[in-house]
Design a protein around this ligand. Structure first.
Ligand code: OSB
Ligand code: MG
Length: 368
């Protein structure tokens, strides 16, 4: 593939609205933009999306920079790769660090698709022309949550996901259902409950939730399987699916009925597509998760969500959901509840260099 250089840009931007969960309130987002260049001047783009602190996964911006700079990038520059599929074996001796691998892998796949003059989604068998958009509400009180739902409804989002926690769930869900008895609603607990809460969780069945995401331990499969037998609401797994192997075990155990696929959480394109294919085979619906990310990562998500198994609207929202301005051109927009899947080469979006540089805090270049 003739990779001649790789650059990392640490970017930072404030969120338009604070994003609150029971674990962390995010008001400012950092991410690492990865550019992989070939000798013909083409650029492949990836975005690594750990948070600044390890509240969601164990990786952070700093650990990710370390793994990229000291391990992954030297490996890629030292070996001549013929096809991005080779990354999996090239990285076999580096455990986990999924977000670092996913970000660099995205850039290599984007470059490869551009060299092949193909849309990235098409490389993996994507067939959808549009992707159904869903949105996340993570406000610090129920009044603000209701106001956000009202605003997002004008854009036509097809599914609303509310962050919940043990201490306020019934109050928040009652209030939302009082005002919006029929909206497609789901709840994400980010591991706010334990198995001792089964009786409490049974009460949430009355809210007609599409699903409840990750109610129990972030690394648990067994207790989710026990819980799923006790509640009507389908369980969707997020944090506990970090690999194809996890997905396989979750399906064997019956730990949930739905899986949220985030390529950043599972280590990149190949692992994400393998999980998707397994779920299609086993008739488990999947949807594309989000990471409060910028446009490059969103563009990869849109390409992933164009695969046929993504039958449920995911956490794929517009650039303007989180940002005053974004790093892709055109920005990602939601119209009548859908995002149009691009048909250009690679990720199908140009990168807005000016905006990217305006957000860049630090940049580093690595040459072969
Ligand atoms: O648990 O799905 C989650 C954001 C960051 C980390 C974890 C999660 C989320 C979201 C928001 O729920 C997804 C998005 O809109 O990007
Ligand atoms: Mg989640």
């Amino acid at each position: 593939m003739k990779i001649s250089s790789i650059s990392l840009s640490l970017i930072s931007a404030p969120l338009k609205l604070p994003f609150m969960t029971h674990l962390e309130t995010v008001t400012k987002r950092e991410a690492i933009v990865i550019e992989v260049r070939d000798s013909d001047g083409r650029i492949g783009y990836g975005e690594a999306v750990p948070f600044s602190s390890p509240w969601y996964t164990e990786e952070t911006i700093k650990t990710c920079l370390h793994i990229l700079e000291d391990f992954l990038i030297p490996l890629v520059l030292r070996h001549s790769i013929h096809h991005p599929k080779e990354l999996e074996s090239l990285w076999a001796s580096i455990r986990r660090n999924s977000m670092a691998k996913s970000g660099l892998g995205q850039a290599v796949w984007d470059l490869y698709a551009k060299q092949q003059e193909m849309y990235l989604g098409q490389l993996f068998g994507g067939i959808r022309k549009t992707v159904a958009a869903g949105v996340v509400i993570a406000a610090d009180d129920v009044k603000k949550a209701l106001k956000q739902i009202e605003e997002f409804a004008t854009i036509g989002y097809q599914r609303y996901k509310i962050k919940i926690q043990r201490s306020t769930d019934v109050e928040v869900l009652s209030e939302i259902r009082h005002h919006y008895p029929d909206i497609p609603l789901m709840a994400d607990a980010n591991s706010s409950y334990s198995l001792g809460d089964i009786e409490h969780l049974k009460r949430l069945d009355e809210f007609n939730l599409q699903m409840i995401e990750q109610p129990l331990g972030h690394d648990d499969l067994m207790e989710h399987a026990i819980l799923q037998k006790e509640i009507e609401t389908p369980i969707c797994l997020d944090e506990s699916i970090c690999s194809f192997h996890d997905a396989k075990q979750a399906l064997l155990l019956g730990s949930g009925k739905v899986i949220s696929i985030k390529m950043s959480r599972v280590g990149g394109w190949i692992e994400a597509v393998n999980i998707h294919n397994l779920c299609v085979e086993k008739e488990i619906p999947v949807w594309c998760g989000g990471m409060i990310e910028f446009g490059i990562s969103k563009a990869h998500n849109i390409a992933l969500a164009s695969l046929n198994g993504f039958t449920i609207p995911g956490d794929v929202s517009s650039s303007s959901r989180y940002w005053e301005y974004d790093i892709v051109d055109p920005e990602i927009i939601v119209e009548d509840g859908f995002i149009t899947v691009p048909d250009g080469v690679g990720i199908g979006f140009e990168v807005n260099e000016q905006n990217l540089r305006a957000m860049t805090v630090h940049q580093q270049l690595y040459k072969s």
